[in-house]
Design a protein around this ligand. Structure first.
Ligand SMILES: [Zn+2]
Length: 79
């Protein structure tokens, strides 16, 4: 299954077999604070990984690192 324009190999959803995608720069509230997060979500059933706050990873390389962790979390759950 090819997934749009992503550069990664996200495994199918462990719950419904649906297509997974990486949500980048998603604005969310974490403990009452508005922040940017990234996580992997299933398009069909909305199952998702934990959210990784971009701010935790510094300003320059935050996205890549947070995205890597989100992908790892998703693929780990699948196995
Ligand atoms: Zn699913």
């Amino acid at each position: 299954m090819k997934i749009g324009n992503t550069d990664t190999d996200l495994l199918p959803c462990p719950f419904c077999g649906g297509e997974a995608y990486l949500e980048r720069n998603h604005r969310a509230f974490v403990q009452g604070q508005s922040t940017k997060v990234t996580f992997v979500r299933c398009r069909r059933c909305n199952a998702r990984t934990a959210r990784f706050e971009l701010a935790r990873f510094g300003r320059s390389s935050h996205s890549a690192e947070a995205e890597r962790l989100a992908k790892e979390a998703w693929n780990r759950r699948v196995r």
